[in-house]
Design a protein around this ligand. Sequence first.
Ligand SMILES: [Zn+2]
Length: 396
Amino acid sequence: MKQKLIYLEENLCSFKPLSPNFKGGKGEYQKAEWLKNYLTQKKLGKITEYNTSDERAEKKIRPNFNLFYKGQTDQNLWIISHLDVVPANDTDKWNSDPFKLKIAGNKLYARGVFDNNGGLCASVLALESLKEKNKKPYFNVNLLFISDEECGNKYGMKYLLDNFTLFKKNDLIIVPDAGDQNGLRINIAEKSPLWLKFTITGKESHGSKPDKGINAAKAAAYFTVELDKLNKIFSSKDDLFSTGSTFEPTKKLANTENINAIPGIDVFFMDCRLLPSINSEEVLKEIDKMTKTIEEKTGVKIKREIAMHEPIAPATPKNAQIVKILTESIQKTKNKEPYLKGMGGGTFASLLRKKGLEVAVYCTTNDSLHCANEYCEMDKVIEDSKVFERVMSNNE
Ligand SMILES: [Zn+2]
């Protein structure tokens, strides 16, 4: 199975499937074509395309496609992985070409080798293994491969949900895109992301004459400290999540070219992740109070904008069928007890949960995703594929 995994990864990692949102990104077209070809040659089922158009992408296509393999029953199982990757970024920090697979013992290195090729390969290898054993899966197996996960899902999951009725209420859905390093964590909920942009407007002046201006950078610093109080105000905990709500200043725009100028404008962003019990309106109310305090103290004007907000999605119930089947499958594969958690990072599972669908986010992960020298451990991907094979067979 290792050789098969290497063959898949070697090819899948070679295409630079970057969203056109990123400089030089041509989209996922070539990677999807290669994968469709592979699945067709292996006779792994019927492929249906749900492509969407994007003027900026190669062939103007953002590919989405499903591989359907008939099971013994009419109930559908979906394993949904994404084709796109994030840029390699600092190529200096890579010890090898990010778009050429490097093999070192049990580890494979390349951009996308783990996120999300790990989950993708595990799902393909699971179905291949069943087919080789001449075993018909218990459920109809749907391996869905989609675009645009890293840049907002517009051409991927959002497009599919808005334009097709692919999913039914009793479908079983796995998103193999997060978990823990032991493969025991099943994620059944996500925090609600709230991203904010603040524009602080003061008055520009010469660096030697601060009294003639109003320093927007200094006001932004005071404001950042004030905003940190959100952590105390909204400090409630939730057993499902290992951390509470988080409120972090993140991106900052350049304010002035010169060291010797008092900046008249300062723009920064904040990434808030809210627990289900926290109302985003309440958070915004508190922020607006803080805004007033800083405006009065410093004389600046502060404009608040919402850069992105996904309202909270309901958690997948702890006793959902997919959770039960996956739990049993992990127990049988690893001889260990899995546990249920909520996560701070976002996946498209929350879009599905909002439609009333039950989704388990599960795979064996590591801490290299989105970093230089991204890697996957082959034995872990193969074990995930065994877990998925058992799920496909309903643990029979
Ligand atoms: Zn991912």
